[in-house]
Design a protein around this ligand. Structure first.
Ligand SMILES: Nc1ncnc2c1ncn2[C@@H]1O[C@H](COP(=O)(O)O)[C@@H](OP(=O)(O)O)[C@H]1O
Ligand SMILES: [Mg+2]
Length: 327
């Protein structure tokens, strides 16, 4: 592992998302895991809570002074009619920490309820792409360290992601600012190999990816943009920050996230880890207007709209095409 000033943060972060992935995989392999609907109508499962407990425990124990801005909180698990859900979460967490109690689990989850920008802040999406997780498709455990509003460390586990190079399924991507981006199989997280974005310079040959959910990104707008760029092949649709991973390792050149309804503001935990992985792999990430993502505003990307992530070379051309097609 690297000798950078963030080597400890990187080691702890990778280990935390790898451990959380074990819980997610175990839950996904069992039939009939519970699903709740949150206030914003998005789903949440035993795995979201279990993953958040495991990662927040690790980060809080290693860096007790650092706040964590994570997606979930324990409120739903504290309701009297959700006692069996809490027991289920605790049972999963006990597979890693046998002495953990339900109260421990609630407290670990609530280590992630910070919402304010601080000089050093972690941000966590315990299961990014919960809809993909429910469909048994792509999802990610995404963890990043922000220092003075800039992403400095990223660990992004994609437990269902495959590769054309081997039969391996499940990878952890990681990056420290200024030190490159890496991938390792979840089965051997220390085997970190450098990744880089594709060298494709011809927009019409670019492969682009987007959300499966048309409610998360405007599919008809993206098809107009692809047409404008001369791209004839279909987009690859996959859930979660696995899209950032795919562009980061050079298997696609463009990831478009195009706002579908006025008023939706992107959350930092949906982008921080993936953004650094792409930037350190040689790519570029901005919003749809070409502005850098501003992670200094607390939990929200309050000053940004949507996302354009590319291999770098094609970025300005894609931003211009998005502008021209204009929703
Ligand atoms: N209207 C909307 N526009 C954009 N993103 C949205 C959205 N509603 C929900 N999301 C976010 O989209 C994420 C999934 O992204 P993707 O479509 O790339 O898989 C969700 O993360 P969670 O699954 O962690 O809740 C959620 O935060
Ligand atoms: Mg998410």
């Amino acid at each position: 592992m690297t000798n950078s000033s963030y080597s400890e943060e990187l080691r702890i972060a990778i280990d935390a998302v790898v451990e959380a992935s074990k819980i997610c995989r175990h839950i996904q392999s069992t039939e009939g895991f519970s699903e709740l609907s949150k206030n914003d109508k998005s789903p949440v499962t035993v795995a979201d809570f279990g993953s958040q407990a495991v990662v927040c425990k690790a980060i809080h124990e290693a860096f007790p002074g650092d706040p964590i801005i994570a997606e979930e909180d324990s409120a739903a698990l504290r309701l009297p009619d959700q006692i069996s859900l809490l027991e289920r979460v605790a049972k999963e967490v006990k597979t890693l920490f046998p002495t953990a109690t339900s109260d421990d689990v609630l407290a670990w989850i609530d280590q992630g309820v910070s919402r304010d920008a601080a000089p050093r802040t972690w941000t966590l999406d315990p299961i990014d792409g919960t809809k993909g997780f429910l469909r048994k498709e792509q999802y990610a455990v995404a963890l990043a360290l922000l220092v003075d509003g800039q992403v400095e460390v990223a660990a992004l586990a994609c437990p269902n992601l495959d590769t054309s190079e081997s039969d391996e399924i499940g990878f952890v991507f990681s990056a420290v600012r200024g030190e490159g981006a890496f991938v390792a199989p979840l089965s051997d997280p220390n085997d970190r190999q450098p990744i880089s974005t594709s060298g494709c310079t011809v927009a019409s040959q670019a492969r682009f990816c987007e959300s499966v959910e048309s409610g998360h990104s405007d599919h008809s707008w993206s098809s107009d943009i692809a047409h404008e760029l001369g791209i004839s092949r279909d987009s690859v649709r996959l859930d979660s920050q696995a899209k950032y991973a795919v562009v980061g390792r050079g298997e696609a050149e463009i990831y478009l996230r195009l706002p579908t309804k006025p008023g939706y503001v992107e959350k930092i935990w949906d982008h921080a880890a993936g953004c650094l992985v792409i930037e350190e792999a040689g790519g570029k990430v901005t919003d749809i207007h070409g502005y850098p993502l501003d992670f200094s505003k607390g939990a929200l990307l309050a000053d940004n709209q949507g996302v354009i992530a590319t291999n770098g070379v094609l970025h300005e051309e894609v931003v211009a095409a998005v502008k021209k097609c204009n929703g």
